[in-house]
Design a protein around this ligand. Sequence first.
Ligand code: SF4
Length: 323
Amino acid sequence: MDSYQVLYKERKGQVLRKAKFGCLTGTYALNVTMGCGFSCVYCYARGYTNAPPKGKVYLFTNLPYLLTKTLDGIHRRVRPDYVVLNTASDCFQDHPDILNITYQVMEVLLSRGIGISFLTKGYIPDRFMGLFKRYCHHIMAQVGLVSLSEKYWKTFEPGAARPQERLENISRLKDMGVIPQVRMDPIIPFITDTEKDIDEMFKRLRSLDVKSVSLSYLHLRPAIMDHLKRELPSIYKKLVESLFQGQKWTHVGTSTKTKLVPLGLRKKGYQRIKSMADRYGISTFICACKNPDLKGSICISGQIASHFRPKGALRDEQLSLFC
Ligand code: SF4
């Protein structure tokens, strides 16, 4: 795995902020780090203006304290039912200090009856599983997994956990009473959506009792294109460039400059993937947030977010797009 440096920082201001994008709009969210050590080459969050450079991650060390104060303090301003964790980073970045703070944050929330939602491409350590077992009805988990290919992993997500480890997460979460949803995002035409790869993936997911998979093809933004150019081998770079050639910049979520994979290609691809999933009894849906031109659905986080959307007033804050 690629290494990264953790820089320690005190968080200032409100600790829980309302997301302002897609299906999570209005839901309380919290990021334990600024930046993400996994550095996936296609990561949207790496392109945000406040994102640290590749290889550096800021860890907010005072989060457990601030969160406790916010939730229990005399002047408490907010008591959400549900919090989305790490909308622009990953809960399970493999650094002991990040994991410690993440654990404490989760414990502060769960022990107060507040549900949590997370999406991860990391490996979930055993001690978290113990916590999840105690609070399994308050955990909404999504595992990001787009391909089982080691070559894909090493090329596109070299800092994240191996595909096999992510499958193990699913199995271990299931043992704790949490059935995660799988998020196939970003699907990359001709690289991760071949019949053989998808079939192998659904076969494995079926064996782990996964019921639901959300689908989304790759997006392109100017910053992502820069990362792809710098970090991908030329054969992939050329393929990605050719996919988006002639596509117009369009408005998706909070971004005014996004290119989508051509509509025809996406439609056919989603239909093909759906048919394959059907054979294994797995339901698929197109992520509505990332496919504004198609009829999509909202993922488990979005569904729960809309159920628990807070009525209270906290300052609206721009957070990054769920990666
Ligand atoms: S895509 Fe997610 S896991 Fe990958 S670098 Fe971005 S925040 Fe981290």
